[in-house]
Design a protein around this ligand. Structure first.
Ligand SMILES: [Zn+2]
Length: 440
């Protein structure tokens, strides 16, 4: 059994009592938090003690929707004419990029993005993967990157009919079964699908039958752009969420992503079925699309989370974008600040607690030992009622000092000691040129 004691910290517990504790300590054994608070540190005999030096310590953050495979798109301009709409953006960029990825590309794109996640204080990532050239077994390569960095992950493969009918169904089924058999808690799985507009009735029925038979939730983009809404209406005479509901895709383990064009009664359907909705504001804005109306979704009682959609592995910036977008959209400076922070800090853990066996998102006894020490000593009062300001205007611009994931120190004094970080980045720089040259 390994043990770790963090002392001299400004603790933000985010537990049921939501406390800020000056000079607090956290005691960890193996993968679990055992004690939190103003502890008598002399009474512990840990393998290692970390003096936080008054820095802010809080639970690890969660990215509720990511595309790790998109890492090597940074700075890339596709050949040919520029995309002028969402459909072209898929066909000219994303479907060309993911189609050239081999298993090494899948591994290294995941590894780099997860290293960045760890360095920004994120300890759990819910990913949505696509790599048609190496579909079968690809989730094992994503998983290997999670294992090598040390983070927890929820994986799925993006089924669509864009290359061949039902591509990815078998990979989802295989990986869901694998996670069930492994049962170690670090990795879990959902049944992934791209979007209504790329799924025939036959494919959707196959996904539903297998996913529901396995008792798995689903992870699917929904009504991100009006082309998904219009294609679904024109081909099937239905709205996007109604179609998914009729096929048995809704439910309390299912994540719908975006929901940008959901109507009020579709939000009610989300709520009534217990389905989850993950907003990705920077991605929507980058695509020139409307942004998910997350305040409306919350008003309808929907469990709303926040992700990055592959834009980055930095999720605090997404919470900033969420509330700022609402303020400028409605020209109202009172909107969304508290709600955006709550989505990140409270709802993302609630989403994970439906998908993973081990509870996370709070500094409390029995929680998974995912703990972050930020290089941040507050210079204005830090209390429970001021913390959100520190989160979005301080921590969002601070480096992580230490990231502890599943009880292991994976970022130590700003470095990732168990990986050759510079070597990985240098190798990936070479790899990126190779990937770009393969995209036609
Ligand atoms: Zn996405």
């Amino acid at each position: 059994m390994s043990s770790l004691l963090i002392t001299n910290a400004q603790l933000v517990t985010l537990d049921d009592n939501n406390r800020v504790i000056d000079g607090g300590s956290v005691y960890i054994e193996d993968t679990k938090i055992v004690d939190v608070g103003s502890l008598d540190t002399e009474s512990y005999t840990p393998d290692r003690t970390i003096d936080a030096g008054g820095k802010l310590v809080m639970p690890g953050l969660i990215i509720a929707h990511h595309h790790l495979y998109s890492t090597f798109a940074r700075g890339f301009t596709p050949p040919g004419p520029p995309a002028t709409n969402f459909d072209e953006n898929l066909r000219f960029l994303w479907w060309k990029l993911d189609s050239v990825l081999d298993t090494d590309d899948v591994y290294y794109s995941s590894l780099l993005a997860l290293m960045d996640a760890a360095l920004s204080g994120c300890t759990t990532v819910i990913d949505h993967h696509a790599s048609p050239a190496c579909c079968d077994g690809s989730l094992d390569w994503v998983e290997r990157a999670f294992m090598d960095v040390g983070l927890s992950g929820c994986l799925c493969y993006e089924v669509s009919d864009r290359n061949r009918a039902g591509e990815g169904i078998e990979e989802n089924e295989r990986y869901i079964r694998k996670c069930r058999e492994a049962g170690d808690g670090q990795m879990t799985a959902l049944f992934g699908m791209h979007a209504s507009m790329t799924l025939s009735d036959e494919t959707l029925q196959r996904c539903s039958a297998i996913g529901n038979d396995l008792g798995a939730g689903f992870h699917v983009h929904a009504a991100e752009d009006k082309i998904d809404v219009e294609t679904t209406r024109d081909r099937y005479g239905k709205r996007v969420l109604d179609r998914f509901h009729e096929f048995g895709i809704t439910g309390d383990k299912t994540i719908f992503v975006h929901g940008t064009h959901f109507e009020p009664d579709e939000m009610d359907l989300l709520h009534d079925t217990g389905s989850m909705l993950v907003s990705n504001p920077e991605s929507n804005m980058n695509n020139g699309l409307p942004v998910s109306p997350f305040l409306d979704m919350l008003d309808h009682g929907v469990l709303v989370g926040v992700g990055t959609d592959g834009m980055s592995s930095h999720v605090i910036s997404q919470a900033r974008a969420m509330y700022m977008h609402q303020r400028t959209l409605h020209q109202d400076p009172t909107l969304g600040f508290v709600e955006a922070c709550e989505v990140l800090l409270w709802n993302n853990p609630r989403i994970c607690n439906r998908l993973f066996a081990e509870p996370r998102g709070a500094l409390a006894a029995g929680q998974l030992a995912d703990v972050v020490i930020y290089n941040y000593v507050p210079f204005t009062p830090l209390r429970a009622d001021t913390f959100y300001g520190h989160l979005l205007f301080g921590l969002g611009f601070s480096r992580v000092h230490t990231t502890i994931a599943r009880g292991d120190v994976i970022v130590d004094a700003g470095d990732i000691p168990h990986l050759d970080e510079n070597g990985v980045r240098a190798f990936c720089t070479e790899r990126a040129s190779s990937i770009w040259s393969r995209i036609q």
